[in-house]
Design a protein around this ligand. Structure first.
Ligand code: NAD
Length: 362
């Protein structure tokens, strides 16, 4: 494969990054001008969202996999043209260090495993993309950041909403303030869930429950809507179905105090379907409803402005933005500190729920 790429380079068939060969000529070849992405963990998100999205990116290419499930390997190889030399398991993934096809390692594992494998990824010298929530604890998040800094690689957290255009408008309004000072913000996300089963998401150690899985979307949203970090939180948990939610909570409510009278109210729940982000300001309001969805995010403002820009694929936009940050050596849109800050707030919410006290965040 390397030989073929060298041949193509030498014979000048790649002109200014544009191939004059038909697409099918590259079916078993990777394009050098794109970044090679290796997915770690081939579960639902990798298989059904990220791998298809990678086909739609301009700057990325799926070139490698890390999996502990040997039965998935031939299916992924066939579907995505991945050669044997780019297939790894959790023990061998350190060898990616010597694989020139791979530029980025994307961690798509259960949350409790993010820090271990993101650190392994950073130590290969490849750039790291890590799914949300970044990790289980602030300490783990900091360890990921430190490993990426030590290895001089970029780290992006997979909060795809921050790449989505309507959300980007809301983020911009946190500084331009078209409706005046923000007085309150609200972000609620939940899905009425029957029996959640025994998924790792229901496991306290591996997943941590809803507050980690989707609660971080409300926390992140209140932070990007206000452009501020809370200085203290109050949280409480509610569990109306302890027979189903044995280790983790069914509902968590929280209030974030951003200082100067600005309060945020958040909720994450498996007891009802809710999906709203709303800012009430001195001179009006705006909301996204849903604010978190694969297929479309939209809303409006009190003056009739519609927030209804449609993009085909959020994951493709996110991965292209993150790839460009690497290719052009510019700051990533969602750095590790952003992921860490949310986990600091999750920890504070859980502490407040356990003690009944307000918890300060430093
Ligand atoms: P999943 O359960 O479908 O897949 C998890 C994968 O991890 C599986 O392939 C499983 O075999 C593997 N795995 C390795 N060790 C494991 C262990 N000890 N226990 C359980 N599984 C193990 O989960 P998913 O929905 O693909 O989620 C993976 C990650 O992606 C999570 O961090 C999740 O928060 C994130 N995610 C992000 C979004 C988003 O919109 N950004 C959406 C869904 C999931």
């Amino acid at each position: 494969m390397q030989k073929r790429r060298d041949f193509i380079k030498k014979t000048g068939l790649l002109l200014g990054g544009i191939s004059i060969l038909p697409n099918y000529a590259f079916t078993s070849n990777f394009q050098k001008e794109k970044l090679g992405v290796c997915l770690v963990g081939l579960g639902n998100y990798s298989e059904n969202l990220l791998a298809p999205a990678l086909q739609l990116t301009q700057h990325c290419e799926l070139r490698g996999i890390v999996t502990g499930s040997p039965e998935k390997i031939p299916l992924w190889q066939k579907k995505h043209g991945i050669p044997d030399k780019n297939v790894y398991n959790y023990k061998t993934m350190g060898a990616i260090a010597d694989n020139a096809d791979i530029d980025v390692i994307y961690i798509v594992l259960p949350t409790g495993l993010h820090s271990e494998y993101a650190i392994k990824a950073a130590n290969t010298g490849k750039h790291v993309w890590c799914e949300k929530p970044m990790a289980k604890t602030v300490e783990e998040c900091q360890a990921i950041i430190d490993a990426c800094n030590k290895n001089k690689v970029k780290l992006s957290i997979g909060y795809r909403m921050q790449h989505e255009p309507n959300t980007k408008t809301v983020i911009e309004w946190s500084t331009t303030k078209p409706f005046g000072k923000i007085e309150t913000v609200k972000a609620e996300i939940g899905f009425k869930t029957g029996n959640p089963g025994n998924s790792w998401r229901m496991d306290k150690e591996l997943g941590g429950g809803l507050i980690y899985d989707v609660g971080v979307y409300s926390i992140n949203a209140m932070r990007y809507t206000t452009g501020q970090n809370p200085i203290s939180v109050v949280g409480n948990h509610k569990n109306t179905r302890p027979e189903l939610f044995k280790e983790v909570e069914e509902t968590t409510n929280f209030t974030l105090d951003f200082g100067n009278g600005l309060l945020g109210t958040g909720k994450t729940t498996a007891a009802e379907s809710v999906n709203i982000l709303r800012a009430d300001c001195e001179k009006g309001w705006y909301k996204l409803q849903p604010f978190q969805s694969y297929t479309g995010v939209g809303g409006k403002a009190s003056d009739g402005t519609l927030l209804n820009t449609y993009i085909e694929n959020q994951q493709a936009r996110q991965m292209d933005d993150d790839a460009l940050a690497i290719l052009e050596n510019k700051p990533v849109m969602v750095p590790g500190q952003d992921g860490l800050r949310d986990i600091a707030i999750v920890e504070a919410i859980n502490k407040s729920a356990a003690t009944g006290e307000e918890v300060k965040i430093y």
